[in-house]
Design a protein around this ligand. Sequence first.
Ligand SMILES: [Zn+2]
Length: 295
Amino acid sequence: MGMKLIALASLALGVGAWNASAIQDPEVKVEIVKVTDQISMLVGEGGNIGIMNGADGLLMIDTQFAHMEAPIRTAIAEISAGNPAFVVNTHWHGDHVGGNLAFATDSYVVAHQNVRSRMKSGKPRGAPADPAALPDLTFGEGMTMHYNGQPVHLVHMPTGHTDGDTVVYFPQSNVVHMGDLMFNAMFPFVDIDSGGSVRGYLAALRSVYERVDDQTKIIPGHGKLASKKDLAEIIEMLESSIAMVEERIESGMTAQENVTAGISEKYASWSWRFIPTDKWLATVYRDLSAEKQGD
Ligand SMILES: [Zn+2]
């Protein structure tokens, strides 16, 4: 049943958008994590996807990579019939918008205006995106969609992970999708070149923390489904990293000495392939020392 749906979808998308290798690889799977009756988290390769379903149709948050189209469609078909009518992009990184071209065929793509401009130019890194993959609807500070019987608040968080991040709130379901403003129990990627900053990242987390409660289910950009408690731990890690590196800069430590000095053993397990401890410390140092020069 799932396979039939994929075959039909591929015909509708045309040859260019279809990646045959993905469907031939039985290893590529997308796991469905049920968050509430209406909301699911899809875990595959790249950023975690949020799916909301209901009487109006499907809303999808982020699209992972182009090669993940087939397993993503299989997972969506298990949740509900039909294609997503709306796709929200939490930010412009390739592991969150890579499937846009495939899904934009039957969806309106919604994102912060900086997501569109960075995808369009490809700056600061990468090639310009295919025009068909760009967001159709953009906003500044935020917007609210009224879909499937509840409001969906899209809130822009400036200068956090990038300059175009959106946090998606489902207040009635008590669910939040944080995009890459949350890496659960892993050092976060702060993309300074795309307008992100360590202090802005912390400010964004604090603002979400104020709006959620102990029952809120938080879909992180990367890592396991999270809670307010997990968010508190990241805030604590950021606060202590900032205080520690600030002190080191103050005392005249060089960038290399900061990396060599390391971080508390408490955070050893937060080091991961993409952001190992060294890279995390170097990012905090680069950001805070640039800030100092700007004074
Ligand atoms: Zn990202």
